[in-house]
Design a protein around this ligand. Structure first.
Ligand SMILES: [Zn+2]
Length: 179
């Protein structure tokens, strides 16, 4: 769980941790969302972060910007993705389309369109060590199972912290053990 704060694109890009999720309801709660995004008057940007529930420490963050292209609303995300095994960093910058469902007199509902399959529409997108945020189905295709991938990631991180080794060395050692 985390929150949304003010941020600037000029700041260094955020970095995300595995197991993060994006929740559209968090964005809809931003006071300026209605005025700027729904009325398409101005872009809306900021920082979305995940914090440790106990310590309040920031675990990961992304920079986001809502923008309108023709009649569509897109959520642009920018963050740095670190491969747990190789330590390789990738700069991510891509758009997620927002789907508007009109409920006549009860207002609109906003959903994310999965940037991978472009067919799933839902309130949440996930990241399980993947470079992109995606729906659960897409993550299942990329990983044998999200549980397995989560377990592997935490082992990798734990070893790295305990032994003071780089993720690349940990990956090599794990490969020797499990292959
Ligand atoms: Zn998908």
């Amino acid at each position: 769980m985390g929150g949304i704060g003010s941020g600037s694109h000029k700041q260094s890009k955020g970095a995300i941790e595995d197991g993060e999720k994006l929740d559209i309801s968090e964005f809809v709660k931003i006071p300026e969302f209605k005025e700027r995004v729904i009325k398409r008057s101005k872009s809306l940007s900021g920082k979305y972060n995940w914090t440790d529930k106990k310590t309040g420490e920031e675990l990961g963050s992304i920079y986001f910007m809502f923008k309108c292209i023709r009649d569509n609303i897109f959520l642009n995300l920018q963050y740095s993705h670190t491969n747990c095994f190789t330590g390789e960093k990738t700069s991510m910058n891509y758009d997620i389309k927002l789907i508007t469902l009109n409920r006549s007199n009860r207002g609109n509902i906003y959903l994310f369109e999965c940037p991978q399959c472009k067919t799933y529409r839902g309130f949440k997108l996930y990241n399980a060590g993947s470079t992109y945020f995606a729906c659960r189905e897409c993550l299942k295709l990329n990983y044998r199972s999200s549980k397995e991938s989560g377990k592997y990631d935490s082992i990798c991180k734990w070893f790295g912290n305990e032994l003071g080794e780089s993720p690349k060395d940990i990956h090599y050692s794990l490969k020797q053990l499990f292959s």
